[in-house]
Design a protein around this ligand. Structure first.
Ligand code: 13P
Ligand code: SF4
Length: 307
């Protein structure tokens, strides 16, 4: 982390340039604390998509990973969407390609294809409806009961959604390294150190870890649960960047990472220096070719229509 004086200076420059550019800064909760602090809005993938779709700004600086900026560009094509680190990708999103998915669709031609929002625009263009971890259960529950379902790319989220909805799905074999590294033994070890803490688990974790949870939720769902629940101690099984929001929103409660290794390097590659440079140069810009955008937009709009 840069020293406090540098953070102050960079934050001031970012704030002033942001106004000149009529820009909005959106940050995922896994970003570095100082990046979250410069953002106009901090949230989960679903909330960030909604903000990107509704903002009146001319420029969106997306402090997150590539698929998130791409979703913003799909939803708001007239705006300049900037991804401060152009190499900030999502390894899980890269686990399914449009070509592989087309081959699977040929095997099950009457299937409804659901994609986790953690996918490329090209993959979304092949899908019927998107979902995030916050609405995946509602999205799958909204599908016709007589249709087979292909779910890409997260097998862990797919497993959780199947359990909750009772729908069998053909789940892809993808996963998030950051969440998958947490094992049931790892949870048992941290619970031994904090026996009275409630366990909050993100559905990208392994099924055996999800089964141990006191509460399973998206990042925003976890924050809401801790704010509203009387318990004062929590073990948090998701990327550790979220601890900044837990401490900010619930300063009188204690939060412990389920594993300090749950760090997504892609989420941490955005720095204040890169945010400032993006505002100065209006680069790196993320765009989506019109042909792909139109089809991917359908898939995102259907998701946003599900309550
Ligand atoms: P949510 O913000 O939807 O909980 O997603 C977690 C994630 O891994 C985003 O990359
Ligand atoms: Fe992708 Fe996992 Fe990083 Fe989220 S935390 S961006 S799912 S690799």
């Amino acid at each position: 982390m840069p020293n406090a004086a540098d953070v102050k200076q960079l934050t001031e420059e970012i704030t002033s340039l942001k106004q000149q550019r009529n820009a909005i800064i959106l940050s995922h909760v896994y970003q570095r604390p100082e990046v979250q602090e410069t953002a106009d809005f901090v949230g989960d993938s679903l909330e960030l998509s909604r903000k990107a779709a509704g903002t009146g700004a001319d420029v969106i600086v997306f402090c997150g990973v590539h698929f998130m900026a791409e979703s913003a560009a799909i939803l708001s094509p007239e705006k300049k969407v900037l991804l401060p680190d152009e190499d900030a990708g999502c390894p899980m999103a890269d686990m399914v390609t449009a070509r592989e998915l087309r081959a699977k669709k040929e095997e099950i031609p009457d299937a409804v294809v659901v994609c986790y929002v953690n996918t490329s625009a090209e993959v979304k263009a092949e899908c019927d409806i998107a979902c995030t971890s916050a609405n995946a259960v509602q999205v799958v529950a909204s599908l016709p009961a007589d249709k087979p379902i292909i779910f890409v790319p997260d097998k862990n989220l797919g497993h959780y959604v199947s359990l909750k909805t009772g729908r069998e799905m053909m789940s892809w074999e993808g996963y998030c390294h950051t969440h998958h590294l947490l094992t049931a033994d790892g949870v048992r070890a941290v619970r031994t150190r904090h026996p009275d803490a409630l366990l909050l688990v993100h559905p990208e974790c392994r099924p055996e870890v999800v089964a141990m949870a006191d509460h399973v939720a998206s990042t925003t769902g976890m924050l809401r649960f801790a704010r509203e629940n009387a318990a004062t101690r929590y073990i948090v099984a998701t990327e550790t960047g979220i601890l900044h929001q837990f401490q900010k929103q619930c300063p009188d409660k204690q939060f412990y990472p389920a594993s300090p290794k749950m760090v997504c390097p892609n989420m941490k590659s955005t720095t204040l220096e890169k945010v400032l440079k993006a505002l100065q140069t209006l680069e790196p810009r993320v765009t989506v070719p019109a042909k792909i955008r139109e089809r991917a937009l359908n898939c995102l709009e259907r998701m946003l229509a599900v309550q």
